[in-house]
Write a protein that binds this ligand. Structure first.
Ligand SMILES: Cc1cc2nc3c(=O)[nH]c(=O)nc-3n(C[C@H](O)[C@H](O)[C@H](O)COP(=O)(O)OP(=O)(O)OC[C@H]3O[C@@H](n4cnc5c(N)ncnc54)[C@H](O)[C@@H]3O)c2cc1C
Ligand code: SF4
Ligand code: SF4
Length: 402
């Protein structure tokens, strides 16, 4: 916030409006202390002289001048990471709509093969820096290079995944480029009216979904929640270029030094390849009742998911949690057992091909997402379901159909 001293009549309305005592009257010209100001805008709205303005709003960049989509990708063992493939898929779909050039950035110790993979997937260009100093821990080196490259290319849209390196690099770059960053997005599209990016994410503690437009600042930056986007549908080589920019790191130094690294068991349930998920909610009643869930999951060769209520009750660990603060899944079949269907949960499963919901309350919101609904007590329905599957299989094998 900034006060235009030429316009200010010193009525002090703004001072009384500021809950944070951020406006100092010590000198004749009023001054806003940036360290205290929260940018709430109360002073601006109360000023009869229109003397207070939001500096960010006053100086928008010329949005039409910035063109192109840039993706900050990561690779492991020479392959694009799963999250990066999804970012690439999202970028390609945006490109279908705005027809802008798609440039991927890849930085690391061994990224050449991943750069070729990105080209095979359809990137127009990959800017690559391959050097032993570019470990995933050298956040400042990654961030410095990405920021310099973004300044050079002047894109309109910048996307990345949501792992810690990507979040750190994107945050750093957004600050340096005087723009914002929308994190944890679960959808991204081009707004047909304004041609800008519109991203969707939860807001107000997950109570609602917000579509966010960025009308005045460029680039429009977003991190995409892993699991929410599809990888490129088919390999669609564009005849793209790999540009080796490794020399760009010569002037950069990292404050980080890797002293030791230790492998820890990754706390993650592998839902990525799960075709069937049996997910359990508080309606199951208690941990002992999970046996019927395990039984059905075994029969169907399914993974077991859970709501946060189940995780918080200590019946299953957090690696099973599906939803806004858990994993986003996209199985062929999702069986929701005793789950109410809160928005924070359905965000994680509404892309399943088929959903079966079992709930004793016929008005439970989960039925709005279900292709098939069973109104009943999950503790009775699950054993009967398993029994029927066993019977059908036995009959099929008797008839020589298996
Ligand atoms: C910021 C934030 C993030 C969150 N993130 C997540 C997240 O990632 N994942 C998530 O799941 N939640 C998340 N939540 C919590 C979410 O809002 C819900 O509280 C949670 O999903 C509810 O879990 P549930 O459906 O198991 O329990 P409940 O809402 O208690 O529902 C239990 C359901 O079981 C049914 N039922 C009861 N008994 C039986 C029975 N015998 N047979 C059949 N049905 C029965 C009831 O009718 C009811 O519909 C988050 C919340 C916040 C605020
Ligand atoms: S924007 Fe809000 S916090 Fe900042 S000076 Fe104005 S009233 Fe105070
Ligand atoms: S409200 Fe406006 S005119 Fe009044 S003191 Fe504040 S800046 Fe000046």
């Amino acid at each position: 916030m900034r006060i235009c001293t030429a316009r200010c009549s010193r009525c002090l309305n703004c001072v009384s409006q500021c809950f944070f005592n951020a406006i100092s009257t010590a000198s004749h010209d009023l001054v806003i202390d940036e360290a205290l100001c929260t940018d709430c805008g109360m002073c601006r709205d109360s000023c009869p002289m229109d003397a207070i303005s939001d500096e960010m709003h006053d100086d928008p960049v010329e949005t039409a001048e910035q063109r192109g989509i840039c993706l900050y990708l990561t690779a492991t063992a020479g392959r694009l990471s799963e999250g990066s493939l999804e970012v690439l898929g999202a970028g390609l779909r945006l490109k279908e709509h705005n027809r802008q050039r798609l440039t991927a950035f890849l930085l690391g110790e061994y990224v050449h093969e991943a750069a070729e993979e990105a080209i095979r997937c359809g990137a127009d260009e990959v800017w690559m820096a391959e050097h032993s100093r570019l470990t995933p821990y050298a956040v400042d080196l990654h961030a410095g290079l990405v920021t310099d490259w973004l300044k050079e290319l002047g894109p309109s849209i910048v996307l990345s995944g949501d792992r810690s390196l990507e979040r750190s690099v994107m945050g750093y770059a957004a600050v340096r480029l005087h723009t914002g960053l929308c994190a944890d997005c679960i959808q991204a599209a081009i707004d047909p009216q304004h041609e800008g990016l519109v991203v969707t994410r939860t807001a107000f503690g997950g109570q609602l979904m917000a579509d966010i437009h960025i009308p005045r600042h460029r680039p429009q930056m977003a991190t995409l929640k892993e699991g929410a986007f599809r990888p490129p549908p088919v390999y669609q080589p564009s005849g793209g270029l790999i540009v080796n920019r490794t020399d760009d790191i010569s002037g950069l130094n990292s404050v980080y030094e890797l002293l030791e690294s230790r492998k820890i068991e990754r706390l993650r349930n592998d839902f990525a390849n799960a075709q069937i998920i049996v997910a359990v909610g508080r309606g199951i009643g208690c941990a002992e009742q999970l046996d019927s869930v395990y039984e059905l999951a075994d029969l169907l060769d399914a993974r077991i998911g859970a709501t946060r209520a189940v995780v918080e009750s200590g019946w299953l660990d957090v690696t099973h949690q599906i939803g806004q603060s858990g994993t986003i899944v996209r199985p062929q079949l999702y069986i929701a057992c005793g789950i109410s269907g809160a928005l924070q949960h359905t965000i994680g499963m509404d892309q399943a091909d088929r959903v079966i919901a079992i709930n004793s309350d016929r008005d439970a919101p989960i039925f709005q997402y279900a292709d098939y609904g069973i109104v009943g007590d999950v503790r009775q329905v699950l054993p009967r379901l398993s029994e029927r599957i066993r019977e059908r299989r036995a009959a099929r094998s008797r008839n020589g159909m298996d």
